[in-house]
Write a protein that binds this ligand. Structure first.
Ligand SMILES: Cc1ncc(COP(=O)(O)O)c(C=O)c1O
Length: 414
């Protein structure tokens, strides 16, 4: 079997990639030619076994309704191998993507007008789900250690928030996007204990769970929740893991039969299920992707450390919030905000928000002055506009070039 080569980034032009689409890039930084380091997918082909499985299915020529997909079986085998997690297959519901499943769970387990607790900074579609379903975001700000550039969970404020009015759902994200934190068992236990005490159900988005680095394991929330008899839904997917996010297939591991039945019934009512190719892709990835993933995790871990050193040695005040998992990480830009603000005042046209409405001051700055497209921190919450999120799911060379361009942009500031 040929080995994956993570030193080469794929040419994704003309492949319907949002990350590489010029209009989409412009929408965050006002520069359609900026090199993309934003949207959370990687510039690597999926494992060969996955593309072969797809080719085989396509070669058959008939793409009719599927029946008897092996997603649940391959996922439960995977969970055991990758996380030493014994999942009861009868508690698993499949879904056409994480966000679809999370939206349905939010609808099922809360009422219009209810507050949904959300750790901040937060992956923006969570906010969109909560608001578009007529619920309210109750922000639970994470702590931030500016010396160590590290986010953490503030358990005291969680307790304070939960002991106010009843909050039916905590929408958790573990490992956390965008901070890259892999939470310890102790942190997870505190979250579960408080949620159980105040009768709050936990939906745990664990889409990045398979991508923890060598030294970090991952504890599925479901494993902790069961000790507290806490109602929970642990959502996982092969999409980030194997870079197959365009083929929507995910799983929800429910804490009990009541959650499982309600979710499964609602999915049926809405006629929502992963489609044929998404199921083929997911099963092949879970079945054959382990070696590929091991090498990817090593690559990502070494890139995370390389970025940390490159920024620390750059002579600029940019600092990496070194993630403990996955291929995205925040860069703390606090110390350049004043200069960037004055650059924007002097060059208003470059920073025009009307043509880059999904961006912010910093994403426009790096787009204009560094030719680099990164997500602005404000996308993850109004209080995080002094960060950007950098996607390093590409070759070492492209990562180094991107970070160098950002450093040069900062050096050019007057
Ligand atoms: C934390 C998190 N949840 C969900 C998603 C999207 O999941 P899906 O495309 O399966 O709906 C992403 C994608 O970046 C993510 O980072």
């Amino acid at each position: 079997m040929s080995l994956p080569d993570f030193s080469v980034a794929a040419d994704r032009s003309g492949s319907l990639s949002v990350k590489w689409n010029r209009d989409a890039i412009k929408s965050i930084c006002n520069n359609p030619d900026a090199i993309p380091y934003w949207v959370a997918d990687m510039d690597f082909p999926a494992p060969i076994a996955v593309t072969e499985a797809l080719r085989e299915q396509a070669a058959h020529g008939v793409l009719g309704y599927p029946y008897g997909s092996s997603v649940v079986e391959t996922f439960t085998d995977w969970a055991l191998r990758r996380h030493r997690w014994k999942v009861d297959p009868t508690m698993v519901v499949t879904a056409p993507g994480m966000l679809a499943a999370i939206s349905i769970l939010v609808e099922l387990y809360s009422e219009e007008g209810d507050g949904i607790l959300l750790p901040m900074p937060a992956y923006r579609p969570f906010v969109h789900i909560i608001r578009s379903l007529g619920r309210k975001v109750v922000q639970w700000p994470m702590s931030y250690d500016a010396e160590r550039n590290r986010f953490g969970l503030d358990v005291q404020s969680l307790q304070a928030l939960l002991s106010g009015s009843h909050i039916p759902i905590l929408l958790f994200c573990s490992p956390h996007n965008p901070s890259g934190r892999v939470f310890s068992d102790q942190e997870l236990t505190e979250v579960a204990s408080l949620s159980s005490r105040f009768g709050t159900m936990v939906i745990s988005d664990e889409i990045h769970a398979d991508l923890t680095y060598e030294e970090n394991g991952h504890t599925p929330f479901n494993e902790i929740a069961r000790k507290f008899d806490l109602q929970s839904a642990t959502c996982m997917a092969p999409s980030k893991t194997f870079n197959i996010a365009g083929e929507h297939c995910s799983v929800v591991v429910c804490s009990d039969a009541t959650v499982r039945n309600r979710l499964a019934m609602r999915m049926r009512a809405l006629h929502l299920a992963p489609d044929l190719l998404a199921s083929v892709t997911a099963s092949a990835a879970y079945r054959h992707g382990e070696t590929w993933l091991g090498q990817l995790r090593n690559h990502l871990c070494s890139q995370a450390h390389a970025i940390t050193s490159q920024l620390a040695q750059s002579g600029t005040p940019l600092r990496f919030v070194t993630p403990q998992a996955s291929f995205i990480g925040l860069i703390d830009c606090t110390a350049i905000m004043e200069k960037v603000t004055s650059d924007a005042e002097r060059n208003a046209a470059l920073y025009d928000p009307s043509s880059s409405g999904d961006g912010g001051l910093l994403s426009r700055f790096f787009g204009q002055r560094g030719n680099i497209a990164v997500n602005d921190g404000s996308w993850f919450g109004a209080d995080y506009g002094h960060f950007v999120r950098f996607n390093f799911g590409t070759s070492a060379r492209a990562v180094q070039e991107g970070i160098t361009a950002m450093i040069d942009a900062v050096r050019s500031l007057r």
